[in-house]
Every structure is written in structure tokens, then in C-alpha cells.
Design a protein around this ligand. Structure first.
Ligand code: SF4
Length: 236
């Protein structure tokens, strides 16, 4: 990408200049609470549920899913969008109101900012795959419960098995914590290479675009995270 175009995308991101950072650090510690261990056990049990399923069957299963109570309040399930040959998998928390209406992740203002963030590192939205931890919208955009995440994560895990991404970008605290089974803060999860699941896909965490719209002063940190993730991907 030429520098003029990069500056244009960075301007859309709200970043004027940047500084390279980033060294790999050890993965975060596991949760210790008993209740969370029980949830982790539930996840293990559920993990094999969608194993071996192809894309059309997986999409159909999600569209018909009634595994948690969110099925009764959703307008549409939000399966995911993008290239099935993508090297990058972007994972958010859950659909919001716009996503629930349209059945597509990261639309509206947050989606536009995510598109700008991706373009800033030379990626078109169509080149990546975008999904969420939850396929249905929690009412009022509340945080997903541990049970909802446990019931829904096997769908994402099978998407990952089919996609075989080179890197995962977890956007937002909720996505990062659910994917890594931790309650460590996003501030401590950033700028590290984590590993996801049995496939050990490299995972980098950063801020959610909706948060960045509310807190533009952190856009610079998000830009550092994107460059860090790009460097990690280049080394895979
Ligand atoms: S959130 Fe996931 S587990 Fe719950 S009903 Fe929707 S697709 Fe099923």
C-alpha cells in the first residue's frame, strides 16, 4: 500500500502517526473460580458437537439453533461473513441491533471503523472472515452469559476448523476473554501472542470498534495492536 493511501485510512482511524512495538509474552493464566471451571467442562463436552460439519450444514444448524434462550429474542442469527480462504479471522463479542436486523456481523458505524482498521493494514473486508462468539444478539446488548458462550462457541470452533486461519484478531474484552477462557483485563491481553484451542492458532487481542468510537483516544493503541498482529501473521 502506498503511504498516501495508508495515511487516508489512518486518518479514518483517527491515527496520525505511529510507533512500532511488540514482543511476544507468555499466555495469560487460567480462571480459578469453581463455577468457571464447571463452565469450561461444559465447553469441552460441547466442543465435539459440530465437529466434522461442512459450511452449508454448519450455517443451517446455526440458523435453526435453539440451544440457548437468545433464540427467542433474535431477529436473525449472525453466522459470519467473508472469504472462506481468509488468513485472518476477526472475532467480536455478539451481534448488536444493526447486526440482528441485517444478519451480518460488524455493520453500522462500528463496522465501518473495523473496515478502516483492516484497510490500514492492507486488508479489504472481503479478504478476512468476520464472526462473533455469539450468533444471536443478547437483549439490550448485555454481556453474554457463560452458559450462552459455552453453548455457542462450538459453532465458532468449527468455523475455525474449516477456515484454518493464520491469525485470529479478538476485538473487545468479551471476545478475548471468552476465546481465551480468562478474566484477565484487555489491557493485559493486548500486545501478546496467545494461542486458540487445539489448533493453537495465534490470537491477538485489541479494542472493539464500538469502544473506539466512544474512546477515540485509544485508537492509537488499536493501531499498535493491528501492526503487532500483522507482524505475527507474517511470521506464521
Ligand atoms: S446464541 Fe448461539 S447457542 Fe444461543 S441460540 Fe443463538 S446460535 Fe444457538
Amino acid at each position: 500500500m502506498n503511504s498516501a493511501l495508508r495515511h487516508e485510512y489512518l486518518a479514518a482511524l483517527g491515527v496520525e502517526t505511529w510507533v512500532m512495538r511488540g514482543k511476544s509474552m507468555p499466555a495469560s493464566p487460567p480462571r480459578e473460580a469453581m463455577a468457571l471451571r464447571e463452565v469450561a467442562a461444559l465447553r469441552e463436552t460441547a466442543a465435539a458437537r459440530e465437529s466434522g460439519v461442512d459450511w452449508p450444514e454448519l450455517r443451517a444448524r446455526v440458523a435453526a439453533c435453539t440451544r440457548c434462550t437468545l433464540c427467542s429474542t433474535r431477529t436473525h442469527t449472525v453466522f459470519g461473513v467473508g472469504s472462506q480462504q481468509a488468513e485472518w479471522l476477526v472475532v467480536g463479542e455478539a451481534p448488536g441491533a444493526d447486526e440482528d436486523r441485517q444478519g451480518e456481523p460488524f455493520v453500522g458505524r462500528a463496522g465501518q471503523l473495523l473496515n478502516s482498521m483492516l484497510r490500514a493494514i492492507g486488508l479489504a473486508r472481503e479478504q478476512v472472515y468476520i464472526a462473533n462468539v455469539l450468533k444471536c444478539r443478547p437483549p439490550g446488548n448485555r454481556d453474554p452469559t457463560a452458559i450462552e458462550a459455552s453453548e455457542c462457541l462450538p459453532y465458532l470452533e468449527q468455523q475455525i476448523a474449516l477456515l484454518k486461519p493464520k491469525i485470529m484478531l479478538a476485538v473487545g474484552r468479551i471476545a478475548a476473554q471468552n476465546l481465551l477462557h480468562t478474566d484477565v483485563t484487555l489491557g493485559r491481553l493486548r500486545q501478546q501472542v496467545h494461542r486458540f484451542g487445539v489448533s493453537q492458532v495465534p490470537l491477538v487481542a485489541t479494542y472493539h470498534p464500538a469502544y473506539l468510537l466512544r474512546t477515540p483516544t485509544d485508537k492509537r493503541k488499536a493501531w499498535e495492536d493491528l501492526k503487532f498482529a500483522r507482524d505475527v501473521c507474517a511470521r506464521v
